[in-house]
Every structure is written in structure tokens, then in C-alpha cells.
Design a protein around this ligand. Structure first.
Ligand code: A2P
Length: 318
């Protein structure tokens, strides 16, 4: 398994298990199975609503005598948008640590560059947002840095941040963001971001690498194209005796990103894990490069609150 090696020598496996949309009730078995298969990188978030069940699976595995130790695992979680005020960061992190039954996280990310009022889980009107003047990201970041100093987190980073927003953090931070986690797949290849991150020593993690076909309707455009059924991907997969998902996962790793496909199915977990060790030809990588559509599947349109300075333009800085 390829690892990303951080400045302090810590290693993050390139392939992780995504847990967005893995429901409570199924995610316990998924984590136990994934750890048996060999996954050591688990991507979580408080917003996914399943961290306490993931925590039970982690602790049961660590206590099971299977030989897996805490230090063998890389566990990521994310600060939700309603805990951006500087005094809210540490309590949110502590809740996540309690749910995951861990003493520390390997990586904690700011989930979105968007601030909501503390009592709001998901906005239904403009009244639910805090402006970035009320909750400046720089202060959120300082509170994250304090948690690193207190050894509750080993590494910190961001998610859904543009190059401009990462540069703004570089200008003011003590601890640089080490990871940016964003939507990335052949329809949305993020080449400029990948070049920027490689140059700046930021690891780029690809979410929705299979196109997240199981998203609920509110997050989905009914006419959106299917990555798994794309003829170029299917043709490459068929020629190599692989599945489309394996081609997509391998493409992400071979391009120098970390990748976190989600599955709740044992056979697909195994299949996805095996994709880390296959190899695509230069020719096939070239064919996939032509699939760029520059459209996001996760548009972020649910954060539209222009009166407070949140719009698609200010979110993605494009
Ligand atoms: P399931 O969880 O039933 O396996 P993403 O990682 O882009 O969010 O995509 C997750 C979606 O892709 C889920 O619907 C998941 O279904 C499906 N999926 C995961 N692995 C595979 C695979 N190897 N082949 C086909 N679909 C897969």
C-alpha cells in the first residue's frame, strides 16, 4: 500500500475507507470487515452521524486480539460547520473523540469553509448561517492548532477549500494545513489544485471517487452522468479484468492523491482494497484524462446565502 509520509514521519495510507452514507446499523460490521481485509485508514466526520458506531467497531477490533494496534490506524474526522466559533472547536473535537473512543485523531479537517449557528445542523434559511466576519476561518484554524499542541490531534487540514483559501491560511497560520479533501474523479480532475498541493506539500484526498451514486436526492442532480458506467472506464476495466470502481480508485492513487471510496458490502470492500495494488498503463491514464467535464457532483449549492457572502463563486473561488 502506498503511504503519504508527513513531515514528522507519520504515514497515511493512500487508500482509506469512506464512511459518508454508511448508516448506523450497518457501519459497525463494515469497519470490522474493512480492518480484517487490511484497510488502516478510516475517513469519518461528525456530520455523517455514525461516529459512535464506528467507535464501537474500532475499540472492539483493538481489544479483539487480532493484533491491530491504535498506532497502526489512521483515523480522520471533520469539524462540522456549526462549531467554527473558536470556543466551540475543542468541545466538538472532544465529542468526536468520545464517539470514536479514541485519545487522539490522526487528522482533523475543517469540513467546509462555511459557518452555521451552533444550534443548526443543516441550514434551511439564511438565518441559520454565521458570516465569515462573525466566525473567521483564521480563528477556527487557531483553535485547531491549539488542539494539536494539546496532542488531541496529530495533523490538521481542510476540506472543500479553494487554492485561494488555503493560501490565506498559509499567510496566517502557525501549523500549515497538511491535507485538503475535495471532490475528485475523472469528471472533475482538479488538475490545478493537484499541482498546487504537490508544490506546497499538501496531501490531496479525493472524495466521491466513484461519483457517490448513493447520494440522497437533495444532493443529486437527476440527469448527472455515471462514472461507474462511463464507456471509457468500462472499456479499460473490461480489458484488464477489473471493475470500473477499481479503475477509478487506481486512477486516483496513480495520479498522486489519496482516495476514500465508500462501500458497505464485503465483496466490494475487498475489490476496492485490491485496487490499490494494480497499475494502469500510461495510455489508459491518458484516455481517462480526456473525461474531464469540469462540473462538480457536490455543487455546494445548499450553502448559498449571498446576503452573508456565501455563493458558489465565493465558495469555490472560480
Ligand atoms: P455500496 O456501499 O453498496 O458498496 P463514493 O465512494 O464515490 O461515495 O461511492 C459510493 C457508492 O459506490 C456506494 O453506492 C457504493 O455502494 C458504491 N460502490 C462502492 N464500491 C463499489 C464497487 N466496487 N463497485 C460498484 N459500486 C461500488
Amino acid at each position: 500500500m502506498k503511504n503519504f509520509i508527513f513531515r514528522d514521519g507519520d504515514k497515511m495510507p493512500a487508500l482509506g475507507l469512506g464512511t459518508w452514507k454508511s448508516s448506523p446499523g450497518e457501519v459497525y460490521n463494515v469497519i470490522r470487515e474493512a480492518l480484517k481485509i487490511g484497510y488502516r485508514h478510516i475517513d469519518c466526520a461528525s456530520f455523517y452521524g455514525n461516529e459512535s458506531e464506528i467507535g464501537r467497531a474500532l475499540i472492539d477490533t483493538l481489544n479483539s486480539g487480532d493484533g491491530i494496534k491504535r498506532e497502526d490506524l489512521w483515523v480522520t474526522s471533520k469539524l462540522w460547520n456549526n462549531a467554527h466559533l473558536k470556543d466551540d472547536v475543542r468541545p466538538a473535537l472532544e465529542r468526536t473523540l468520545k464517539d470514536l473512543q479514541l485519545d487522539y485523531l490522526d487528522l482533523y479537517l475543517i469540513h467546509w469553509p462555511i459557518a452555521l449557528k451552533p444550534e443548526i445542523q443543516f441550514p434551511s434559511s439564511i438565518k441559520d448561517f454565521l458570516s465569515l466576519d462573525d466566525a473567521p476561518t483564521v480563528l477556527t484554524w487557531q483553535a485547531m492548532e491549539a488542539c494539536v499542541k494539546d496532542k488531541l490531534i496529530k495533523h490538521i487540514g481542510v476540506s472543500n477549500f479553494s487554492i485561494k483559501k488555503i493560501k490565506e491560511l498559509f499567510d496566517s497560520c502557525e501549523v500549515r494545513p497538511e491535507v485538503n479533501q475535495i471532490e475528485l474523479h475523472p469528471f472533475h480532475q482538479q488538475t490545478e489544485m493537484l499541482e498546487f498541493c504537490s508544490k506546497e506539500g499538501v496531501v490531496l484526498t479525493a472524495y466521491s471517487p466513484l461519483g457517490s451514486p448513493d447520494r440522497s436526492a437533495e444532493f443529486k442532480d437527476p440527469g448527472e452522468p455515471s462514472l461507474l458506467a462511463n464507456p471509457t472506464i468500462v472499456e479499460i476495466a473490461d480489458a484488464m479484468g477489473l471493475s470500473s470502481a477499481q479503475v477509478l480508485i487506481r486512477w486516483a492513487i496513480q495520479r498522486g492523491t489519496s482516495v476514500i471510496p465508500k462501500s458497505v458490502n464485503a465483496a466490494r470492500l475487498q475489490q476496492n482494497f485490491d485496487a490499490a495494488t494494480i497499475s494502469l498503463s500510461v495510455e489508459d491514464m491518458g484516455k481517462i484524462a480526456t473525461l474531464e467535464e469540469k462540473e462538480r457532483l457536490i455543487t455546494g449549492k445548499f450553502w448559498d446565502a449571498p446576503e452573508l457572502g456565501y455563493s458558489m463563486d465565493t465558495l469555490w473561488d472560480e
